[in-house]
Structures are given as structure tokens and as C-alpha cells.
Design a protein around this ligand. Structure first.
Ligand SMILES: C[S@@+](CC[C@H](N)C(=O)[O-])C[C@H]1O[C@@H](n2cnc3c(N)ncnc32)[C@H](O)[C@@H]1O
Length: 324
């Protein structure tokens, strides 16, 4: 099955969006961010049999375009959708591999978040252990994808392998809505969308050996030296991931940032829980099954070189107990 996706166009989904939607008269906010003309309505007749609030004059309405409800402080953005800060500050890590960004959610994404989140969404709150088989409704193998962005490649891979469950995690709300829409439109029953920091999911919410694979495609490269500590692929992360991966599980990473690719190769090679699938100990040829991702396309446009890494979680020999 082919998945209908649109790659490219518009600004980068992970870029900072500083655009603040324009505010309309007190209680209304427009979707497009631009001010629109308002239209005064004829005065209402007063009905003395109903409460005062029902007799209150109506606020002016915009002439065109949908209205967006202005949220009160603390009111959730999507009452049925992902939580703004699922893990709360008690799980806040000082060093994060992602950067918080303002994100404009389209009407289609907002609709998907409201409609599909209760069915296919998982808030990463760090408060409970997830029963993976219950989450997907079957015992099929489960692959975790960290940082799916807008989710086009995720949906394509899920469509190509319907017997593999994909737990796709990101903090990016528009991407969560986009991936839910793609899963819905393409009838993908094997995708679940996680909202929050994948580190908390791995550390607090997954059992040992829960995962059959891990995908990290084009993680934030954090090119400045002082930001290298924010890169996801580090020895401590690999130790945590190894605890959740079954022996034989494949870790698949890809990046268009060559210094990060070298770092990935170095730390994966040095880690005792992983072995390179490549006999020469180097990067893997780009596998046919990995579609072009949105971020990858942007890297290629800039002339970047893309490297894939395919490592296997090794089976440790169980040491026989010796004793008297
Ligand atoms: C550079 S984008 C790449 C997106 C996509 N894989 C692609 O290739 O188009 C990296 C994504 O990883 C997400 N991310 C980074 N660290 C994360 C974490 N610890 N947990 C969840 N998502 C994370 C970011 O929010 C961002 O959307």
C-alpha cells in the first residue's frame, strides 16, 4: 500500500516559529494570525425570562474565517488530545535532546488530535508501565521510533510492514496530528503516537526486552560544541535502550551531519551491548526500506552526506553460577 504524503513545502517543522497569532477583540482569536475585519450584529431583544448571561450582547464576529476559542490560563489546548507537559516538571531533565518550540497546528491536525488521540495516543507521563500488547491489541513485534517529525516516513514504513507495530514518539504537536491523520487516512492499525520525551518512556514506562527495534532518523544534530551533550546517541542512552531491546533487535540510526555520524559509529562500536551488522565495522548502505524523510530531504538539498548505521543488540552469555 502506498501512503499519501506531501514532502517539502512550507517551513521546516522543527524550526522555531516565532509567529504569534494576532489577537482579535477580547475573546476571539483567528487561525491565520492576521487581523480581520469584524462585523457588528443588530442588537438583541432582551428576554426577561432567561438569565442575564443569555441576554448579553454578542461579541463582534469576524466576517470570514473560522473562530478559534481563546484558552483561559491553564486550559488544555486539546482537551481530548496530548497533554502540554505530560511528565510534568518532576521528570524534567536538565539536558534535553529536543528544543521547545512554538508550533502552529493546522485545523486538520487539531481535528486529528481531538478525534484520534484517545484511540492511538500515549502521553509519556512517566507514571505507569505500558502494556505494549494491550496498547497495540496484539503481540506483534514493536519498534520504537524516536523523533518522527511530521511522520511521513513513519507512515510509509508502517504501511509497508503491517505486521510490525510502530510506537512513534515526538514532542512536536503538529507532527503528532499529522501522523494520526496519515494513519487514519491510510488505515494503519499498527501505529501509536507517543507524546513526550522518549527518555522518560524508556526509563519509566517500558519493561525490559519490550522492544524489537529502535529507529532514530535524523536526530537533532546539535552542531555547536557546547550543545554536543544534548545529542541523543550517547553511551548512557545506549545503555538505557539496550535494557529495553530484545537480544537480536536492530538499532537503526541515520544522520546527514557527518560529525554526528562519526560520533554514533564510535559510541555504538564501543558499547558492549551492540555489534555492527556491517562486516567492515563501518556505515551501512542506505537500506531500501527506509524512505526519504523530510529532514533528510533538506539535508540533501544542502549537499549533506547521509549515513545509516545498523547495529544489533547482542545476546550476552549467561554465566553459569559457581558455588559450593
Ligand atoms: C531533526 S527532527 C527529524 C524528524 C524526522 N525523523 C525526519 O527525519 O524528518 C528530530 C525530531 O526529534 C524529536 N526529538 C528529539 N529528541 C527527542 C526525545 N528525547 N523524545 C522525543 N522526540 C525527540 C524532535 O522534536 C524533532 O521532531
Amino acid at each position: 500500500m502506498s501512503v499519501r504524503v506531501r514532502v517539502g513545502g512550507g517551513s521546516a517543522p522543527w524550526g522555531l516559529r516565532s509567529q504569534t497569532p494576532g489577537l482579535c477583540p477580547p475573546t476571539t482569536r483567528l487561525l491565520s494570525g492576521e487581523r480581520r475585519a469584524t462585523q457588528a450584529l443588530p442588537p438583541r431583544k432582551i428576554d426577561p425570562t432567561v438569565s442575564d448571561s443569555l441576554n448579553a450582547p454578542e461579541a463582534p464576529r469576524p466576517v470570514d474565517g473560522p473562530l478559534r476559542h481563546a484558552r483561559a490560563k491553564g486550559e488544555p489546548r486539546f482537551p481530548e488530545g496530548p497533554k502540554a507537559d505530560p511528565a510534568g516538571s518532576h521528570f524534567e531533565r536538565r539536558i534535553r535532546s529536543f528544543q521547545p518550540r512554538r508550533s502552529r497546528v493546522t485545523a486538520g491536525q487539531a481535528d486529528a488530535l481531538q478525534r484520534l488521540w484517545p484511540k492511538w495516543g500515549l502521553d509519556i507521563d512517566g507514571q505507569r508501565v505500558v502494556d505494549i500488547a494491550e496498547l497495540f491489541g496484539n503481540d506483534n513485534p514493536v519498534v520504537l521510533e524516536i523523533g518522527f517529525g511530521m511522520g511521513e516516513a513513519t507512515a510509509q514504513m508502517a504501511a509497508a510492514a503491517p505486521e510490525t507495530n510502530v510506537l512513534a514518539v515526538d514532542v512536536h504537536t503538529p507532527g503528532q496530528g499529522n501522523l494520526l491523520n496519515l494513519a487514519d487516512q491510510n488505515g494503519l492499525a499498527n501505529v501509536r503516537v507517543g507524546n513526550g520525551d522518549a527518555i522518560i518512556l524508556l526509563r519509566e514506562m517500558l519493561t525490559p526486552d519490550a522492544l524489537d527495534g529502535l529507529r532514530v532518523y535524523f536526530p537533532d544534530p546539535w552542531p555547536k560544541k557546547r550543545h554536543h551533550k544534548r545529542r541523543l546517541i550517547q553511551p548512557e542512552f545506549l545503555t538505557l535502550a539496550a535494557e529495553r531491546l530484545k537480544p537480536g533487535a536492530i538499532v537503526h540510526c541515520a544522520t546527514d551531519w557527518e560529525p554526528y555520524a562519526e560520533q554514533m559509529l564510535e559510541v555504538l562500536t564501543a558499547h558492549p551491548d551492540f555489534e555492527n551488522t556491517q562486516a567492515d565495522g563501518g556505515f551501512a548502505p542506505r537500506p531500501q526500506f527506509r524512505p526519504l524523510t523530510r529532514f533528510e530531504g533538506q539535508g540533501l538539498d544542502k549537499g549533506h552526506v547521509v549515513n545509516d548505521l545498523l547495529f544489533r543488540r547482542v545476546q550476552h552469555e549467561v554465566q553459569p553460577r559457581t558455588g559450593a
